[in-house]
Write a new protein. Sequence first.
Length: 176
Amino acid sequence: MTSTITVGDAFDMIKNGDAVLVDVREPDEFKSEHIAYAISVPLSTLEAGFQILDIPEHKTILFQCLKGTRGQMACERIQGVEYCQNKLVNIEGGIEAWKQHGLPVIGVRESLPKISMFRQIQMIVGLLVVISVLVGFMGLTLAFVFTGVLGGMLFFAGISGWCGLAIVLAKMPWNK
């Protein structure tokens, strides 16, 4: 079972130097806004990134994400590994709860996207899959092949870390 902590208690621990804050969101999310003193170690590269960190064993490690789900996953993945003997705690509600309590964040600007790059890709590919499946059921069976190609592209992006759609979206004016 993952331990959790309120944002107020987490803030006190960070302020007193009793804890290290690890932000497990993806780099574009971290870049748009993050909690002061947070170390960015994305969940997608958690084990490899975590081995590089040299956190003293007496410090509690606080994991934080957008709303708490990925932070909990990070606690579960790191729990019991030989290179980490620290106490692991997830911040309830993530950075959203942090902001709701009026605690400071760094990097908030109105010109940055309200929707993360990852979510933009999910929405675009999801919409294309729905449309192509509907077109396929209307009689154009080639649309099912297009749906398969989209799935293959997602698989390739997942195993390689390279996503052409992310490169295109990064150049869009709303993502500048």
